[in-house]
Each structure stands twice: as C-alpha cells, then as structure tokens.
Ligand binder design. Structure first.
Ligand SMILES: Nc1ncnc2c1ncn2[C@@H]1O[C@H](COP(=O)(O)OP(=O)(O)OP(=O)(O)O)[C@@H](O)[C@H]1O
Ligand SMILES: [Mg+2]
Length: 271
C-alpha cells in the first residue's frame, strides 16, 4: 500500500449525537466499497463501537453470514488518574496504533467520547477528515456556537468549534497538514419545520464563520437501535438471513447513508 490511510474522526463534545452509530455505518459503507478499514474506539469505557463490532462478529458466526469486519482496537485511558508519565504512555500507544493502521489500511475511522479528553484530542489531531454528527436541536448546537436568543443570530463560536480551530492551526504548523471539517445533521425529523429552518440558517452561517462543510445527514429512524445488537448496518440488510426485513424506510435510509459517505470520501476513492 503506497499512500497512508485516510483518517476519519467522529467527534463532537456532546453526548448522544450519533457518533458511534455513524462511525459503524461509515466503516461498513467503506468496506462495502472495497476499502480495507481500521477502526479505533477512544470511548473505550462506554465502548459502543467496540460492542457494535463484537456483536457483528458474533452474529456473523452464529448465522453463518459473510459480514466483513474492520481491524478494530480500543484504547483505554489507563493513565487517566496516574499523572503525566502514565498519560504520555497512553498517547504514545495511540499514536503508534494510528501510524500502524495508516500503513496497513486504506481508511482509519476513530470514534471519540462525547466530552473533552486527552486521548480524544490526540485522535482529533490526526484527522484528515473530522465528521461531526449533530442532532437537529439548538441544545446540540450550543457546543458549536452561542446563539443570541433575541436576534437568533450566532454570537460567537463555542468551545468545540474553538478546539477544532486550534487543532487545525497546530496541524498546519506541525507538518503543513490540513483537515477538512464536515458537520452532518443527524436524526432529522419531518416535523418541527420552524426549528429545522432555524437550524438550517444558523448552521449555514456558522459553516462560513468557522470553516466546516455542512452535509445532509441521517433521518430519525428506529432501525438504528434495532441494528446494534446484531452488529448490522443498513447496508447489510440486502443479505439473506439478517433477521430484519428490508422496508421502504430502510431503502430511503440507505440512500441517505450513501450520500453521506459520498460527501465525506477523500478525493481519491478507495481501490
Ligand atoms: N438517525 C438516528 N435515528 C434514530 N436513532 C438514532 C440515530 N442515530 C443514533 N441514534 C440513537 O441515538 C442514541 C445515541 O447514538 P450514539 O450512541 O451513536 O451516539 P454517540 O454520539 O456515540 O453517543 P456518546 O457521546 O454517548 O458516545 C443511540 O440510542 C442510537 O441508537
Ligand atoms: Mg459513542
């Protein structure tokens, strides 16, 4: 493999925005397109992505399904409360893992926790693409921007947007590297048109101000919760024997997912 693998980080300093769900769908979506994918769980205490991958392995074994798996590793913050030296060991372990996976995989997908954390920052700093899923709510927007309640205009970027800005700057200084930041709205509903319009306007304004690309995301669908225990994604449902019947809603959801993956794919498609 000549080119180092492209690193996609799922990040948002807000819990429950769909990072792990989107991470698993992106991983399977890229494998489906022929890429060799490595994955890292930096939220190894909660371990949603690691459990998702385990569930997939178990379900495939039990039902004789040919489900592809990523090369997956979880990195626990073992030095969290042990002082700087112990934390530095974790950092070195993570950086070695990222370098190894970049050498052996086409794409490396990193899932991060919904809060600030030393390993999460290191993960972010290696992103070629940062993908931030965002629930369609002003509460979730708060980590990206402060909104004036009177005028409903953006007052200033918030802490997560500032952290990303800082990482972009340091990455450029360190090795001239760049990072594309993509925000995708998640759990979009057909209701609440007023909120949707407000979010639309505010996110478009913020995109210009702090430099991210806004892409269409995934709709609100119950199927995402059903898939987890079997380790499946929408893309697996066309296979026989998954135990979930493919519906029109799933077909529409799959199209949303394909559009999302098209939007985040690095310039050169995987081989
Ligand atoms: N598009 C969607 N439609 C319906 N439910 C969804 C969708 N995306 C995610 N969910 C559900 O929302 C919950 C949170 O999702 P997920 O665990 O992926 O978020 P997260 O950002 O990784 O959370 P955390 O910050 O705690 O790691 C889960 O129950 C998941 O099944
Ligand atoms: Mg998660």
């Amino acid at each position: 493999m000549s080119k180092p693998g492209h690193v996609i980080v799922l990040g948002n300093e807000k819990g429950g925005t769909g990072k792990s769900t989107v991470a698993m769908h992106v991983i399977v979506g890229l494998m489906d397109r022929g890429a060799k994918v490595g994955s890292i769980d930096l939220d190894a205490r909660q371990a949603t992505l690691s459990r998702y991958v385990d569930n997939r392995r178990l379900h495939a074994g039990k039902h004789g399904l040919a489900l592809e798996l990523p090369v997956h590793e979880a990195v626990l913050p073992t030095g969290q409360d042990q002082g700087e030296d112990a934390r530095q060991k974790d950092v070195t372990r993570l950086e070695t893992l990222i370098a190894d996976l970049r050498r052996t995989c086409d794409v490396v997908v990193i899932d991060t926790p919904g809060s600030d954390h030393y390993l999460s920052r290191i993960g972010h700093s290696h992103a070629d693409t940062l993908l931030t899923p965002l629930n369609d709510s002003l509460v979730d927007l708060d980590v990206l921007a402060k909104v004036d309640p009177e005028t409903m205009r953006i007052r200033s970027p918030s802490h997560y947007a500032e952290m990303v800005w800082d990482i972009k700057k340091r990455k450029a200084l360190r090795d001239g590297g760049s990072m594309q930041w993509i925000v995708s709205r998640n759990r979009l509903s057909h209701l609440d048109a007023r909120n949707k319009r407000d979010m639309d306007r505010l996110l478009n304004e913020l995109a210009k101000r702090v430099g991210f690309r806004l892409v269409a995301g995934l709709g609100e669908r119950v199927v995402y919760r059903e898939l987890f225990l079997k380790g499946l994604t929408l893309l697996d449902l066309r296979q026989e024997g998954t135990g979930i019947a493919l519906s029109m809603s799933h077909v529409a959801a799959r199209q949303e997912l394909r559009s999302l993956i098209d939007a985040i794919l690095p310039g050169d498609p995987p081989p």
